[in-house]
Design a protein around this ligand. Structure first.
Ligand code: 0O2
Length: 211
């Protein structure tokens, strides 16, 4: 308890959170640039919406605790990949891979890890493409590399994930196995809808007459 309250008050912790906010701005700008360019060229936006957050201090502490790491500012930066998070919601699966590959190809950042939960969904049905990106931020007296987790999802995957997230808070349900099974089935249905939507869009684009 004492350790937690010392951490929350520490200037170095507040500084770290500020640096994560800066890193989010850097990556968000890059994504917005790609969106603007794509929109002009193809007359539609590759992403529907973009959200970002710096993880709540209570969630940071809880995750450090759950993973068994000693609580310190250095350890938070070293061990956690998702203190800075950006979520990009796309209409189509193809747009996810397009944006992710355009972002990954930029030479001022490094992709540290790719978790493709679209090609390899989690056991419960969760789907998303996660990139852990390392980006430099430029402070008054130093250049510092920061890690940002970017999650790419379709609208349908995001719908599933947000419902799943809400249900996780409900404890003492009568038949948890059945609920897990039902959620899994919904995730599979959603995935096939995503595929069909993608096919419809491809059909429309292939049938388009250039003016
Ligand atoms: P919140 O509230 O979003 O911050 P790592 O971060 O690499 O050390 P981790 O945390 O297991 O390891 O990474 P993973 O599996 O890539 O998941 C990180 C994030 O993905 C989660 O963050 C969620 O945002 C999302 N996610 C992963 N699995 C699920 C799932 O089954 N359901 C839902 N709804 N979201 C999921 P946090 O920290 O759990 O939460």
């Amino acid at each position: 308890e004492q350790q937690v309250s010392i951490l929350l008050k520490a200037q170095s912790f507040q500084t770290l959170l500020m640096q994560y906010r800066c890193a989010i701005r850097e990556i968000q700008t890059k994504l917005n640039v790609l969106n603007d360019e794509f929109s002009l060229r193809h007359e539609r936006n590759p992403f529907e919406s973009i959200k970002s957050r710096v993880k709540e201090p209570t969630s940071i502490i809880e995750k450090m605790h759950r993973r068994g790491y000693e609580l310190s500012v250095e350890n938070i930066e070293d061990k956690l990949n998702d203190v800075a998070g950006i979520r990009v919601i796309c209409s189509f699966v193809e747009d996810i891979y397009y944006l992710a590959s355009m972002l990954s190809a930029q030479d001022d950042l490094t992709v540290l890890q790719v978790k493709d939960y679209i090609k390899n969904p989690k056991e419960n049905g969760y789907r998303s493409l996660h990139l852990i990106i390392q980006t430099p931020i430029f402070l008054s007296d130093q250049k510092k590399n920061m890690r940002v987790e970017v999650q790419f999802r379709t609208i349908a995957m995001d719908f599933w994930a947000s419902v799943d997230h809400k249900l996780k808070y409900k404890k003492n349900v009568k038949n948890p196995e059945m609920i897990v099974g039902e959620l899994r089935k919904c995730a599979d249905i959603i995935s096939s809808v995503d595929q069909r939507m993608q096919e419809i869009r491809t059909m429309i684009e292939e049938g388009e007459i250039d003016d």
